[in-house]
Design a binder for this molecule. Structure first.
Ligand SMILES: [Fe+2]
Length: 270
C-alpha cells in the first residue's frame, strides 16, 4: 500500500488585513501568517502531498471576506491537492461555512473525508473557549466509526484532549468518548489551540498537537510573552504507522551549505 504524506497545520489566525492596534497588531507584528502558509505549501508541495489538514483558528475573528480570501489562497497554492479543515474558538461558523461549505460533506463542521482509502473525521469542539465534545457528537462519531475504512481513521479537532497541556484545560468530553476512541480503529488524533507542538497518546492512540502558523505564546503567572515562531508538522502514514516531523517556518533554520549527491561524496573523500 502506498505511503500517504500530508501536512498538519493549525491556528493560522488569518486576516486579510490586521488592525494596527491591540492583539491583531501583535499577530502581524513580524510577518503576515499568509507568508508562512505560502512558504510551507510551496516547499511541501514540491516534495509531494496527498492532503493538508488544518485544525482550526483559521482566522482571527474573521469576517466573510477573510474566509473567502483564505479559501482562494489555499486553492491557488494547492490546486487539486485536497485540504481538510475545521473551525476553532476564534472562527465564526457562519462565515466559515459560507466560504468553505462546498468543501465539506455536510452542513456542519463534523464531517468525514475519504482520501485514498483513509477516512479523516473532523469534530467541531470550538464553540466555547476551552472546547467541548457533546454526547450527541460522541454518538455521531460512534456511527461514523462503524463504517468500514480500508486504511483506518484519523480524528481531527481544534482543542487538546490532554489535561494541562501547556497549562490549558482539555476539551470537555464524556467518558463514553474516551472509551469509544480506545476501542476504535483510529490511527491518530490531531489538534491545535495551544500553539505548541506536542506528541503523546490519548486513550492509547497516537496524539499530535501542531504549532501555530501565526505566533507562539509563553505564559507565566506574571507575564504573557508573544514569540515570533511558526511551524507545522509533516506526517507520513506507512501502512498503519504515523510518523511526524516538525518543520519551522519562522525562525527559519538557516542552511549552512547544500550539495548534490555527487559533490557530497567528493566532500567526504577530501
Ligand atoms: Fe484556539
Amino acid at each position: 500500500m502506498e505511503n500517504l504524506r500530508f501536512i498538519h497545520m493549525s491556528d493560522l489566525h488569518y486576516r486579510k488585513n490586521y488592525a494596527a492596534h491591540g492583539f491583531e497588531a501583535l499577530i502581524a507584528a513580524k510577518q503576515h501568517p499568509q507568508d508562512n502558509v505560502i512558504k510551507c505549501l510551496r516547499k511541501e508541495k514540491s516534495e509531494g502531498l496527498d492532503f493538508v489538514l488544518i485544525t482550526g483558528d483559521l482566522t482571527h475573528e474573521g469576517e466573510a471576506e477573510d474566509y473567502i480570501a483564505l479559501h482562494k489562497l489555499l486553492k491557488a497554492e494547492l490546486g487539486e491537492i485536497p485540504f481538510i479543515l475545521l473551525p476553532g474558538n476564534h472562527d465564526r461558523r457562519d462565515a466559515y461555512i459560507a466560504a468553505f461549505g462546498q468543501d465539506t460533506t455536510v452542513e456542519s463542521a463534523d464531517s468525514v473525508f475519504d482520501i485514498k482509502g483513509l477516512k479523516i473525521i473532523t469534530l467541531d469542539t470550538g464553540r466555547t473557549i476551552n472546547g467541548e465534545i457533546t454526547e450527541s457528537q460522541t454518538e455521531w462519531l460512534s456511527e461514523v466509526l462503524k463504517q468500514p475504512s480500508e486504511r483506518g481513521y484519523l480524528l481531527a479537532l481544534h482543542h487538546p484532549l490532554i489535561d494541562n497541556q501547556d497549562g490549558l484545560p482539555p476539551a470537555l468530553h464524556p467518558d463514553s468518548f474516551t472509551e469509544l476512541i480506545k476501542s476504535s480503529d483510529i490511527l491518530g488524533i490531531f489538534c491545535g489551540h495551544t500553539h505548541h507542538n506536542y506528541i503523546a497518546q490519548f486513550a492509547g492512540k497516537p496524539y499530535f498537537t501542531a504549532d501555530s502558523m501565526a505566533f507562539s505564546m509563553v505564559s507565566t503567572e506574571e507575564m504573557l510573552t508573544f514569540k515570533d515562531c511558526a511551524a507545522y508538522t509533516v506526517m507520513e502514514l506507512s501502512d498503519r504507522i504515523l510518523s511526524a516531523g516538525v518543520r519551522q517556518v519562522v525562525p527559519a533554520v538557516a542552511d549552512i551549505a547544500s550539495f548534490s549527491s555527487d559533490k557530497l561524496s567528493q566532500l567526504f573523500s577530501e
